[in-house]
Design a protein around this ligand. Structure first.
Ligand code: ARG
Length: 273
């Protein structure tokens, strides 16, 4: 077992302008009010938990017109000093891209773009596992983006068709723990994707529907620390048996927008291929 070679440096964005002002996934309801102070407290709690797990956090400036900018996982794909910006499915989030690109160019990254008209929502739909990039498609990312991603990054990409619109991004169904183990929510995948992942992941913690819908897989792994939005007892026991330490962070304000701990972070220390 080898610990993940990435996951010690993250980009995050303070929830200064976070809110549910449009509806682009089944969790979002405009009439639900976000408690901004509570969101801030929860986000600060997540930052503190990640730091005490040994992670370094970089900050992206918030923007008054971009309420979902807090979900930095969707900014794009990081590969060494290469950054492939997302092409968001929904116009509501497309304004984030120039803002993200500005951060990456001024922080020493080279930007390589996917072609026009092909959607891909960054690390929210793509996570490295043991030398391959596992990438989801259907609700937010197009299957056609995967070949381009592979060409741009040099990484072999395994495509996973997502089938449950409540689990609309890959990172709600898949959480790599090390090079052999992952938390998985197969109810979010079609039957072929289930077989692909079964062959790829030798040891998995398999979530039932309720735990998947509580965003248990939307966790951040920092070495042997797992920072989770929720952790059912059996999952916690298995993680501890494997030598992981679990920290649960209440991110309920962000769940109102359909995002959990992982969505609020973008790993900056990823090298693919
Ligand atoms: N409201 C955001 C959206 O629907 C939430 C993004 C969640 N991000 C993630 N990586 N799953 O786009």
């Amino acid at each position: 077992m080898t610990a993940l070679p990435w996951g010690r440096r993250y980009l995050m964005c303070p929830p200064e302008h976070f809110g549910v002002v449009y509806e682009i996934n089944p969790w979002m309801h405009r009439e639900v009010v976000v408690d901004r102070d509570r969101a801030y407290e929860q986000w600060n709690g997540l930052v503190a938990a990640l730091r005490s797990a040994g992670a370094q956090i970089e900050m992206l400036d918030p923007h008054p017109d971009l309420p979902d900018l807090v979900f930095t996982a969707n900014a794009g794909i990081v590969n060494g000093t290469q950054f492939v910006p997302a092409r968001f499915r929904h116009p509501e989030r497309q304004g984030e891209t120039p803002w993200d690109v500005q951060w990456f160019t001024s922080n020493g990254f080279t930007v390589d773009e996917l072609p026009d008209g092909v959607s891909h929502e960054g690390a929210g739909d793509a996570l490295p596992f043991n030398g391959t990039l596992v990438s989801g498609y259907r609700f937010r990312s197009d299957a056609a983006s995967h070949a381009y991603l592979s060409r741009l990054t040099g990484a072999p990409v395994r495509s996973v068709e997502l089938v449950d619109e409540r689990l609309y991004h890959l990172d709600l169904t898949f959480c790599p723990l090390d090079d052999q183990r992952a938390i998985v929510a197969p109810s979010g995948w079609d039957s072929y994707a289930r077989r692909v992942l079964e062959a790829l992941v030798p040891e998995a913690i398999v979530l039932g529907d309720d735990d998947a819908l509580a965003f248990t897989a939307n966790s951040v792994v920092v070495g042997t620390n797992v920072v989770m939005p929720s952790c059912p007892p059996e999952v916690g026991r298995q993680l501890e048996a494997w030598g992981f330490d679990v920290a649960v962070c209440d991110v309920s304000e962000f769940l109102k927008a359909g995002g959990g701990c992982r969505c609020l972070t973008l790993a900056l220390d990823v090298t693919l291929g």
